[in-house]
Design a binder for this molecule. Structure first.
Ligand code: SF4
Ligand code: SF4
Length: 181
């Protein structure tokens, strides 16, 4: 009588032995141990390099976002004069597909030597962060690099009205809470 091998049965037997000896459990523990060991000496970008932790320590440390991340809007000021870079051209508002920007301006007389020109001057600027989809079209349309989407992502507010950022907020930026242990 010839004996035929039964592969299915052999597999079941091997699995049973694996389970009995907790092979998969030890494999998982080995991976965890390897990462913990690596965290002891591996330097982390940002954060405390001596800390043996490889998870994000947000909000104690700022969370890292990708380079191309687009978040909270900002109206940049002229670094030399401190005045606004916005020329109230309205191009950002026109470029926005969801109409979340409102630019208001007035015409003022500006003396240039002998000449007196009438110039558009920004009065108010509103940005509705609740409707924004962070497509960056407004920023790309801005001819003076005034409007920028920054890497800040903490946009949650307690009241709906907080989503509407005015010129002051856009120029100064939001004050974030500094968390401590
Ligand atoms: S990022 Fe896009 S949706 Fe948001 S304000 Fe700019 S153009 Fe509008
Ligand atoms: S496009 Fe730029 S300069 Fe023109 S209104 Fe918008 S922020 Fe101001």
């Amino acid at each position: 009588m010839t004996v035929t091998s039964v592969p299915g049965r052999r597999r079941t037997f091997t699995n049973a032995i694996k389970r009995l000896l907790l092979i998969d459990l030890f494999k998982g523990l080995a991976v965890t141990f390897k990462y913990n060991l690596r965290a002891l000496y591996e330097k982390r970008e940002g954060g405390n390099p001596n800390q043996a932790i490889y998870t994000e320590q947000y909000p104690l440390e700022p969370a890292r976002v990708s380079e191309r991340f687009r978040g909270a809007p900002r109206l940049n000021l002229d670094p030399e004069t401190g005045g606004t870079l916005c020329i109230a051209c309205d191009l950002c508002a026109l470029a926005c597909p969801v109409d979340c920007i409102t630019v208001n301006s007035t015409r003022r007389e500006v003396r240039d030597g002998e000449k007196v020109n009438k110039k558009k001057v920004l009065t108010t600027f509103f940005f509705d962060t609740s409707r924004c989809m962070f497509c960056n079209l407004c920023s790309e349309a801005c001819p003076t690099d005034c409007l920028e989407l920054t890497q800040s992502f903490e946009l949650a507010v307690y009241h709906r009205s907080g989503f509407r950022w005015d010129r002051e907020m856009l120029e100064k930026g939001v004050k974030y809470v500094k968390y401590n242990k």
